[in-house]
Design a protein around this ligand. Sequence first.
Ligand code: ES4
Ligand code: ZN
Length: 324
Amino acid sequence: MKDFIAGLPKCELHLHIEGTLEPALKLELARRNGLELPYASADEVRAAYAFDDLPSFLRIYYEGMQVLRTEPDFYDLAMAYLRKAAEQNVRYAEIFFDPQAHTSRGVPFGVVISGLRRALMDAEARLGVRAQLIMCFLRDFQAEYAMATLLESLPYKEWIVGVGLDSDEKGNPPVKFAAVYERARQEGYLLTMHCDVDQDDSIEHIRQAVEDIGVNRVDHGINILEDQRLVEVVLERGMGLTCCPISNGYVTDSMKAEGIRKLMDLGVRVTINSDDPAYFAGYVGENLEALQASLQLAPEELAQLERNAFEITWLPRHVKDSYL
Ligand code: ES4
Ligand code: ZN
C-alpha cells in the first residue's frame, strides 16, 4: 500500500508555503539574515512546536516565518517544498501564500511574490512539477487591509490564479470580506476560503462562503455534513473540498476520517492535502497513508481522491484533462 501511495500521481490543493518552512531551513535563513533564534538545532526548533488548536498553532506559524526577509529566502522556501513534492510524485500544486504576514513586517509584496514565482518557474522546468499561486488574506486583520493587499497584487495578477482566506476564524466570518471577494472576482481571480474544522460557527461560515460569497471551492469544510441542504448545493455545483487529515488531528481532537469517508460516499469531490507539512509532520503522501490506515481505503478509492483533486484544479480544461 505504501508503494501504491508513493507511486500515485498526486495533486496538492491546500498547502501554505509558509507552513513548509522546515526547522533546518529556518535556522539557515536566520543565520543568513543575521537573526538570533533561541534554538541551537533543528530538534530544538521542533521541540518548541507545541499546539493543540488553531490559535496556538498560528502563534508558532507566524513567529517562525519572521526569518523570511529577501527574495532568495522566498525562492529557497518554495524550491524546498517543490523538491519534496516532486519526490512524492506531486504533479501539480496550488500553493497558498500569506502576503500580509510579510508586508505587515515590512517585507514588500514584490519581494515575496517574485521569489515564489521564480521557484515555480524553475521547478516546472527542472523538476516537472507545475504549480500556481493562491493569495490568502488574513481574516483576523481588517477587511480594508485585505482590500489594499488585493489592489497591491494587481500588477502581479498574471502570477496569481485566485484568492483565499485563512488565519484565525473566530469572530471573522466570510461576509466580513464580501466586498474584497466581489472585487477579486471582478479582477478575474478564482475564489476559495478556509472554513476550518469544528470552529464556533463552522456551518454558518460554510453557508456564507457557498451562498453569500459564491466561492469556487472550500478549504477544509468537513462540517458541511451538518447541513444536508448545503451538501446538495455543493454536489449540484460539483464543488470540491480541500481536506487535511493530519492537520485536523492537531487543530481538533481527530483526523476526521469518518467525515471524509461520508463525504466520499456522498459523491462530494473531497481532496487530501497537507496544509502546513513542516509543522504537522506530514506531506501529502503521509496524509494519504494516515487516512488509508484509518479507513482501510482501497487503491481505487485513493486514486479517486487524486482524480477529484485534478478535476477541481484551477487549470484550463485541456491541461486538466492531460492529468486525468
Ligand atoms: C492555517 Cl490550519 C490553518 N488554518 C487557518 N489558517 C492557516 N494558515 C496556515 N495554516
Ligand atoms: Zn490551511
